[in-house]
Design a protein around this ligand. Structure first.
Ligand SMILES: Nc1ccn([C@@H]2O[C@H](COP(=O)(O)O)[C@@H](O)[C@H]2O)c(=O)n1
Length: 592
């Protein structure tokens, strides 16, 4: 763990089940290779990439001892979301080398690798080269902007035989039907990919197991489309899907021989999947087992759990390699001055643990405090303005205490700036936020409204429930209090991730107290420089974060405003990220 990391708390644990073929899955790590080592309220996610490397080493040795196999899978979004990636110039200066210390057997791309030309180039020049036999790009091409050449980012699929059990694996790696990628990549919609000759050939290869990985939420349609097509060609080969993107722990049953799992976000979760009863086809050592069983677990990323699952302890667990990687992270953090303090947060501000509109809600805080302080164009400062941002642009809670350079990128990693449409009739402008927050989509050619929201809410499992509308007093104490359904002499549970998936409620390796989860709107809005008499202004400047422009123009049109992209101008220089750290420096000057 990183120096000064919060110690994980002893907690009731569930054990892992091993099978012939086992997997460790990471996804949506978003640069959190240092782990959540400063998060006092949730100490159960404080392991770092070095601990994970030690853990991986011991689990591989265990697999060898058992004569079983263990494969490592990563399903993308390795970048954007933490100072370790975002604070360097250029971005990712330290990230790629630290990440590459881990051996991955099957790797795919996420949407975050593709938003910028620069990061897609790095994926092509660096990550695919770090993992030449493991990176798979079933529906993604790279475009060389100098020559115009379009080639697969990596092989479309990969077939290999495992070390111990000699199981033949056919692996693919997808990204969801993403349209926000930059000009140096091309994403092929999954419905087209399944018609490709290579795909039709691959699904007829009769391996012992298909491993379909992808930066795809399990409740999105892409895996379902792939599965249906695969089953048309092969009705009985087991299939395991590994997904991501939605930032949740989840598992889905496709049929009795198939399962999918997703393993959360931000290095909070290490996914575990074991498969047993595999029938090795056309080989001498034919297994006679007839039914396949799957076991999934969501491992909290901390040393207490890693010791538990490996049977090791503080002195026997760390490997020299793991310790070296922890030092690489520490050195990078020092070089990037990630602990540099901009100010002291006077209290906690929550994305989903508090209702929108309440004083503990982070979006409400930005609306009421930050936007009025930073959204100013000197030449138009007296003009009333509405300022709109999408909730998905804010990535993490703010905790009471130091607000550092790292916190800035953790809360707001993106390089989005402010644009505006000047002098919009108030009647038209004030309708926009209502349309952005309505269900469905504004227009057919515009992405669905929910793509503005936080990933955790974009494709909800029917099993997820929101917190009932009760008074949220002492939110920060929740999880430190005793759960009502536990016996009096038992220790209180610590607050953390609790999962209900298609398999049941026993997926989390650590038993936690459930934390509140309130639905948030797709976008939020601040009214700035409005007339003091509460009268509606005639016209306003409609200011918005550039990410939401594809929704703003159609919403204006639908509200009766005849605007198009040519009417949009830069409102002011600077990104929301830079404005946020400036506001914190100016306003949170206390000691902590
Ligand atoms: N420049 C950006 C990029 C993304 N977002 C938000 O993030 C969502 C995607 O998050 P994942 O980590 O699941 O890929 C996206 O839908 C937006 O809400 C953003 O605001 N600005």
């Amino acid at each position: 763990a990183q120096p000064g990391a919060v110690a994980p708390v002893k907690a009731p644990m569930r054990n892992l089940t091993w099978g012939q073929l086992n997997f460790i899955h990471t996804t949506d790590t978003h640069g959190w290779l240092g782990g959540h080592f400063q998060e006092i309220a949730r100490p159960q996610y404080s392991g770092d990439w070095g601990d994970f490397i030690s853990f991986s080493h011991h689990m591989s040795a265990k697999a060898d001892e058992k004569g079983a196999d263990l494969l490592f899978v990563d399903t993308g979004d390795r970048i954007e979301g933490n100072g370790l990636y975002d604070a360097s110039s250029p971005k990712g200066l330290y990230q790629y080398d630290i990440y590459a210390e881990h051996d991955v057997d099957i790797m795919t791309t996420g949407n975050h690798e593709l938003y910028q030309v620069y990061s897609a180039d790095l994926e092509h020049n660096t990550t695919t080269r770090n993992y030449p036999n493991n990176y798979i790009a079933s529906n993604l091409d790279y475009i060389d902007l100098n020559t115009g050449d379009q080639t697969p980012m990596a092989p479309r699929y990969r077939k290999f035989t495992t070390k111990n059990q000699k199981i033949e694996v056919l692996a693919m790696g997808f990204i969801f039907d993403f349209t926000g990628n930059n000009k140096n990549t091309a994403v092929q919609p999954v419905r087209q990919t399944i018609k490709e000759e290579w795909f039709q050939k691959a699904i007829r290869e009769r391996p012992d197991i298909f491993v379909i990985t992808g930066h795809v939420g399990l409740r999105m349609e892409e895996f379902g489309i792939i599965f249906t097509e695969l089953r048309k060609a092969d009705w009985d080969t087991p299939v395991v899907f590994f997904g991501g993107h939605a930032h949740v722990r989840d598992a889905r049953k496709y049929d009795s021989l198939s399962i999918g799992m997703a393993s959360g976000r931000y290095m909070e979760t290490i996914g575990w999947m074991s498969v047993d009863g595999l029938n090795k086809k056309n080989k001498d050592e034919v297994s006679t087992q007839k039914s396949v069983s799957f076991h999934r677990k969501y491992i909290d990323n901390n040393l207490y759990g890693m010791y538990h699952h490996t049977g090791l302890n503080e002195s026997t667990f760390p490997t020299a390699h793991g310790q070296n990687v922890s030092s690489m992270i520490d050195s990078a953090r020092q070089a990037l001055k990630l602990d540099h303090k901009y100010g002291c947060a006077p209290k906690n501000y929550w994305m989903s643990r508090a209702k929108h509109g309440s004083e503990d809600n982070l979006y409400t805080f930005i609306e009421n405090e930050v936007f009025p302080g930073v959204v100013v164009n000197e030449e138009r400062k007296d003009k009333p303005r509405l300022t709109i941002m999408n909730t998905g642009g804010i990535r993490f809670d703010i905790f009471k205490g130091p607000f550092t350079r790292d916190t800035t990128y953790i809360v707001s990693p993106f390089v989005s700036g402010f644009r505006y449409v000047p002098d919009v009739p108030y009647k038209v402008a004030s309708n926009v936020i209502k349309l952005l927050n309505s269900g469905g989509r504004i227009l057919d050619m515009v992405p669905e409204n929910r793509f503005m929201a936080i990933p955790e809410q974009m494709f909800l499992s029917p099993l997820v429930s929101f917190t009932e509308d009760v008074q949220d007093v002492n939110l920060e104490l929740r999880g430190e209090q005793k759960s009502l359904n536990r016996l009096d002499d038992e220790k209180p549970l610590i607050g953390g991730l609790t999962t209900s998936d298609d398999i049941g409620d026993d997926g989390d390796d650590t038993i936690h107290e459930k934390l509140p989860f309130h639905p948030q709107p797709n976008a939020f809005q601040a009214k700035i420089a409005f007339p003091p008499d509460n009268k509606d202004p005639e016209t306003v400047d409609l200011v918005f974060i550039d990410f939401v422009q594809p929704w703003i123009i159609p919403a204006l049109k639908l509200s009766g405003g005849d605007y198009d992209d040519k009417d949009v101008e830069i409102y002011m220089e600077g990104t929301f990220t830079s404005k946020l750290s400036q506001w914190i420096s100016d306003n949170w000057k206390g000691e902590c």
